[in-house]
Design a binder for this molecule. Structure first.
Ligand code: ADP
Ligand code: ADP
Length: 236
């Protein structure tokens, strides 16, 4: 499992302070919820965990090493991308509009998972089956899928490399409530079966309560509260 530590992270965008000194630890196998009102810094913190951005002050440590330096080599980057995957809120950059979603899912399977074409196809079909995605949908382009189907495909693309940690940014918020439960169950099952950790970014409390064990509440870029999910939700 992956151990991540964010220490005193500060991140600004122009005059906006997205993170104003955040400490966070993600233990291996933790299912952690990141909640807070819109603009409180949840997505920014998620991107910091992926190393897509770096804090201006403070640091992000993976297994005790500076993430920034881990990502400075090609092998370090590939290794980390294999271990930690993001399911972004907006799937438009996840899929190439000119290609089938299946082809997009096979890219990380080959690049990170080390599969040849046949192996990548097998890995893709296996993850699709686990996520209860009909295999025929894999041949479609992203614009030929519903929003809910695309969201599920984005999860498949993240899970195809068997990550040790998944950062899921508002992955069910745009779905019908009836579909949310299914997607949450599938995500939870993946974590249990693979001992994987989850950082679940959401403004939806029922979904977060269902899938996480621990909560971190952000408020204007600082951690306002943290604790076991049921305890934090008892005292809103
Ligand atoms: P949340 O995910 O909780 O809604 P964000 O991390 O997206 O919060 O945003 C935190 C703050 O940082 C907001 O004030 C937002 O406007 C600002 N912010 C985030 N990303 C950017 C960006 N790329 N450019 C400018 N401002 C940004
Ligand atoms: P949206 O969120 O865009 O409304 P939904 O996820 O609700 O889309 O899906 C619309 C229809 O497609 C529903 O009948 C649902 O059962 C079906 N569906 C949803 N996800 C998938 C999937 N991954 N594969 C096949 N059918 C799906």
């Amino acid at each position: 499992g992956v151990h991540l530590a964010v220490e005193g992270a500060v991140k600004r965008y122009g005059r906006a302070t997205a993170l104003a000194g955040v400490d966070l630890i993600v233990h291996p196998g933790d299912r952690l919820g990141l909640v807070g009102e819109s603009g409180s810094g949840k997505s920014t913190l998620g991107r910091l965990l992926l190393g897509l951005e770096h804090p201006e002050e403070g640091s992000v440590l993976v297994d005790g090493r500076e993430l920034r330096s881990v990502l400075s080599t090609r092998s370090g980057r590939l290794g980390y991308r294999r271990r930690v995957q993001l399911v972004a809120q907006d799937t438009s950059s996840t899929f190439d509009p000119r290609h089938s979603v299946g082809d997009s899912i096979m890219v990380p399977a080959r690049l990170l998972g080390g599969h040849d074409t046949a192996g990548a196809r097998a890995a893709m079909e296996q993850v699709a089956t686990e996520l209860e995605i009909p295999l025929a949908l894999l041949d479609r382009r992203p614009d030929q899928l519903s929003g809910g189907q695309r969201q599920r495909m984005a999860i498949a693309r993240a899970l195809v490399v068997r990550p040790e940690l998944v950062v899921a940014d508002e992955v069910v918020s745009a779905l019908d409530v009836s579909v949310q439960g299914t997607v949450l169950n599938l995500l939870k099952r993946y974590c249990r079966e693979h001992g994987a950790g989850l950082v679940f970014i959401s403004h939806g409390l029922p979904a977060t309560a269902f899938i996480t064990e621990r909560l971190v509440v952000l408020y204007h870029g600082v951690v306002a509260e943290t604790g076991p999910t049921d305890q934090v939700l008892e005292h809103p």
